[in-house]
Ligand binder design. Sequence first.
Ligand code: AMP
Ligand code: MG
Length: 299
Amino acid sequence: MIHRKLLKVLRVPPGSKVDLDDFDPGLDIHPELRAIDKDDLKALASEKLRENVAELAEAQELLYASDTYSLLIVLQAMDAAGKDGTIKHVMSGVNPQACQVFAFKKPSDEELDHNFLWRYMRALPERGRIGIFNRSYYEDVLVVKVHPELLDRQKLPPGKRDKAFWEKRYDDINRFERHLVRNGTVILKFFLNVSKGEQKRRFLERLENPEKHWKFSAADLAERDHWDQYRRAFEDCFTATSTKWAPWHIIPADYKWAARALVSGVISRAIQDLDLRFPELTPERKKALAQARRKLAAE
Ligand code: AMP
Ligand code: MG
C-alpha cells in the first residue's frame, strides 16, 4: 500500500545528514506517486485522512484507558505552512478531554528567567493524553539561531555563541527527549515543508482575501527574507536531533490535503504500534462489578 511506503520515506534516519533539497515540498516524494493522477491522489488522500482520523480516535481511547504512555506531537515550520490547519483536521476525531494544544510565542520575562526548556516542560501531556506543541523548544535552535541577538535576552552565563554552543543545545534537547521517552512519552516531530513559492502564494491570499487578512503579519514577511538561513538552521537541527527515540518527519506541505493525510498516518500508526490493550480486571474488581449488577437488577 502506497500510504505505508510514504510514511517510511518521511522519517529522517537518525545520524543522516539532512539536505532539504532532497525533500520535495510537492508530491514528488516517491516514484510510485508519479503514475497517479493528481485528482485521484487528492481523493485517495482525503479518504486516507478520514480513515486515519477514525483510527486515531480509537487508539487515543486506549491510550487514555491504559494510562501509561503520553504522546507529544511537535510541529515546526516556516510561516503559512499549515500548522494550525493540520492540527484542526488531524485531531478532529479526538476526545477533547484527552488532548491539549500549546502554541508557543516569544518567551515572557518570567520564562526568560529560567532555562530554555522550562516553559515546554510545564506544558507536557500527562499519561494517557495527547499533547501538541505548535512550535516548541526547537524555536530555541531555529529562530534564535537565525537571530542570535535573541540570546541577549536569555540571560545566559558568558561564553562564545559559536558552533559548539548550538551543538550543546541540540545535545540538551536530545537528552531531554530521551528522558521523556524512557518515562513513557512517545515523541513525534513534524516539519511541514512548504516551498518558498507556495508561501508567497499563501501570503498573497492573506493580503487579498478579507477573511484572511487577520492571518497576515508583517513580521512573517520579514522572516521570509531569512529563508535560506532558516533552511540551514532546519537542516542542522534535523541532522542533530532526528534520533531513534524521537525521529523527525519531513512532510511535503505544498498540498494541504497531502500533508494532513500523511501526518495523521504517522500519528495513528505510532499509537497502534504501542499495541495497547484495555486494562484487565482484577478478581476483586470483577466481583465488585458482579455485585453492582446484582444490586441494580434487584431494584
Ligand atoms: P505565530 O506562531 O505565528 O503566532 O508566531 C509566534 C512567534 O513567536 C514566531 O515568530 C516565533 O518564531 C516566535 N517564537 C516562538 N518561540 C520562540 C522562542 N523560544 N524565542 C523567540 N521567539 C520565539
Ligand atoms: Mg505566524
